[in-house]
Structure formats: C-alpha cells, structure tokens
Design a protein around this ligand. Structure first.
Ligand code: 4AZ
Length: 250
C-alpha cells in the first residue's frame, strides 16, 4: 500500500495473509486474500504462477494478523486444502484477465475453519444492485510495498482510500488502453497519492454499501504504484458471483 496508513486488523478483519513454505522450511509472504466464508478465501490467480501444478501443501493462510513478523493474539492459522484458479485466467496480453482464485482452508478437528472474532470476520460479496457509481469511495488493505521498487514489503497491515474509476477512462489510450477488459475495475485518486502495490495482490477492494463491507474487487495489477494515469486494476468480483457460489456455496 502506497500513501496510506498502518491499520489494525480489526479495521479489516477479512484480510488474509497467504504464505508459502519453501523447501528449507522458510516461510515467505506471497499474497493477500479475503475471507468470504468460514473455510474459503478469495485471492488472485496470478499468486499461483505454477498453475495446475501448484502444491497446496506448501501454502498457509493467516487471519487476524496486524503484523506479519509477530505472533498476534487474534491470529488464526490454516493449511490449504484446495486451490481453485479461475479456468479463464489468462495473461497472454500481460493483463491478468480473470485474475481470481479460491482457497479452501483445511478445517480444524471440530470440522470448522475461521471463527468470528474482533480480528477475523467474513466480507460480503457483491449482489444484484451493487453497481456502484463512478467516484464511489472504497478502501484497500494489505502487507504490500509502501513504494514501487522497494525490495521489502510492509511488515504491518496498511490501508488506503481509492475511488472507483469509469471503465472508459481506465481503458482510454492515455491510461491502459485495450489491456482493460470487462472483467476489471480500476480505482485511484485524483491526486494519485494512494494505491495498492506489489504484495497487495489478492487482497480486497472493499466498498461500504448500506452499512455492509462488500469486496467489490481483488487487487490484480497496475503499472507501478500511485503513478499518474496508472490506477490500480482489480478483478471485478461481480462477474464471478456464479463461479464463486458454485465452488463455495457463498
Ligand atoms: C503487483 O505487482 C501490483 N498499483 C499490484 C497492484 C498494483 C501494482 C502492482 C497497483 O502485485
């Protein structure tokens, strides 16, 4: 997150940290995600570049974490049972079309996964009538870089505010042109000071609608971070409601 502020996980209790265990037992942060039901996390497909050969057993999901390198009283950790990449995920044009994936958490001995607490909570998914107007204020949160080009990402969960952009603006020639498909949303700010950045991928773009927090987008890509006319690009969750329901029941 560029230009935002540190935020306690209680302010974004659906945010998940997706971690990867290497051969030498080292654990590295891979991507953000969002909890959409007790046992399912929504994230970006490009977080799993091995595609169909991805090894579920190497991944772990942490919920309720304000700081990555510190244990947290609110933290809940899970192994991953299943990773479902969207079948139409496609990066042939370098634009991560259909950049969405679902992670099934491995349940605990009592058969349950995430438990609601002040630090862990599900986010709502967009329903009919959640077509939000251009300029609508939303928020992003993640453990990603605070500036493009830094070699390290943030140790603390950070948040920022961005506004929904018109599709025709984002797809204009002086923005991203034809790279923007109907499966994408763009969000940014008039002053280009706040944005998602590397490491925030997979996390949610959340908008408050009728008092509920709705995950409208999944952080996907952008050219640099917080650059003029290069807004953050998000997978448009609304387009995947059926696919999500089919796999998760949500
Ligand atoms: C990335 O590399 C990335 N400014 C994610 C989001 C944005 C740029 C890059 C948006 O994961």
């Amino acid at each position: 997150i560029v230009g935002g502020s540190v935020a306690p996980v209680e302010s974004h209790p659906w945010v998940a940290a997706i971690l990867w265990r290497g051969r030498s037992k080292d654990v590295v942060f891979r991507c953000g995600g969002s909890l959409i039901s007790s046992c399912w996390v929504m994230t970006a497909a490009h977080c799993f570049p091995d595609g169909s050969r991805v090894n579920e057993r190497r991944f772990m999901v942490s919920l309720g974490k304000s700081a990555l390198n510190q244990s947290d009283a609110l933290e809940q950790k899970f192994r991953v049972d299943k990773i479902i990449l969207h079948p139409d995920f496609n990066n042939e044009l370098g634009n991560y079309d259909n950049d969405i994936a679902l992670l099934k958490l491995k349940s605990k001995k009592d058969g349950r996964c995430a438990r609601d607490s002040v630090g862990v909570r599900r986010v709502c998914l967009p329903g009919e009538g959640h077509n939000l107007p251009v300029g609508f204020p939303c928020e992003i949160a993640g453990y990603g870089k605070e500036k493009h080009g830094l070699w390290y990402h943030s140790q603390f969960l950070r948040q920022a505010r961005v506004n929904l952009l018109a599709a025709d603006v984002c797809g204009a020639d002086d923005y991203y042109g034809d790279k923007i498909t109907s499966n994408m949303l763009c969000a940014g700010r008039d002053d280009w000071t706040q944005d998602a950045c590397e490491g925030d991928s997979g996390g949610p773009l959340v908008c408050q609608v009728d008092g509920r927090f709705v995950a409208v987008g999944v952080v996907s890509w952008g050219e640099g971070c917080a650059r003029e006319r290069r807004p953050g690009v998000y997978a448009k969750v609304h387009n995947y409601r059926q696919w999500i329901r089919q796999h998760t029941g949500v």
